[in-house]
Design a binder for this molecule. Sequence first.
Ligand code: FAQ
Length: 311
Amino acid sequence: ETPEQLAAFEARIAAGEKIESGDWMPEAYRKQLIRMISQHAHSEVVGMLPEGAWITRAPNLHRKMILIAKVQDEAGHGQYLYHAAETLGTTREEMLDALLTGKAKYSSIFNYPTLTWADIGMIGWLVDGAAIKNQTMLAGCSYGPYSRAMVRICSEETFHHKQGKEMVVAYAREGTPEQKKMAQDALNRWWWPAVQMLGPSDKDSPNTPQLMRWGIKLKTNDEVRQEFINEHAPELLEAGLTIPDPDLHQDEQGNWIHGPINWEEFFEVIKGGGQMNRARLESRNRSHDEGAWVREALNAYEARRHAQAAD
Ligand code: FAQ
């Protein structure tokens, strides 16, 4: 890597050009993107588990069909993202191996259990809401394949967000006392993990400076978190729910200021010590093992086709 190459690369980014997969890029840019995109892909795939657990228990056919479609969308997002990471020279096998052996990270949020049906609505409203804030920013990122994947993923997640909000608002405003209680209980358990999922505070975010310098991130974790809270706090309050943060208040600029975040819990979860980390990895490993015959059949078919072509 010469200083001239780096300067030319940074000039392209400053000019707002997208970097494409065959273009010259610093090794650290490639590595950062592989790290982020593969973690993002793993999050989409592991993110199917907490919601998938409720497909058989949806309260009616309408809600069940929506949930099946949502979980299927997450699988599709995982696919786009693994492909986007592959354009940087890593392989699907390497990425999956890192996930299945517990080496790779995936979003902290999916290490919490879904205890009631209202959790499904709350995930749509808060988790998709936070993901959309983060990913709308990433849709403007400097790496073409990732930015394009984000545009499509965000449009699908907008439906996820709306169905979650509609569901929680229905329970919180028009529901039976039990449904109101269930919605509040879901908010009590999901609020802080959703606030945390946007990443550590800026002072503890080692990757942000380099990611911002190269236009991978356009905003810091705290900036995106503020946008998320500004949108969601007033809407949750309007639905008649209580946000479990006694310090939450609006300042003169109109920003909703949150109280202290339990970062100890966050770091414990991303180290593997969350409530569901073990169960999530066991579940992914089981599915991977049970799918081995599909991969073997594909390989056998491919080998036979090659042999026939060579005849
Ligand atoms: N969980 O220096 P930073 C979704 C790690 S998709 C686990 O601030 P960075 C859709 C971080 O990797 C949700 N680990 O890192 C859906 C780093 O560790 P490393 C996923 C986390 O990259 C909805 C260390 O902490 N979205 O929900 C987390 O600058 C509903 C230091 O942190 C994406 O992945 C966390 N929450 O900023 C699916 C978007 N936060 O790798 C189903 C792409 C931080 O150095 C149902 N990623 N860490 O060992 C990003 O935008 C960024 O990577 C951040 C973190 C913002 C997540």
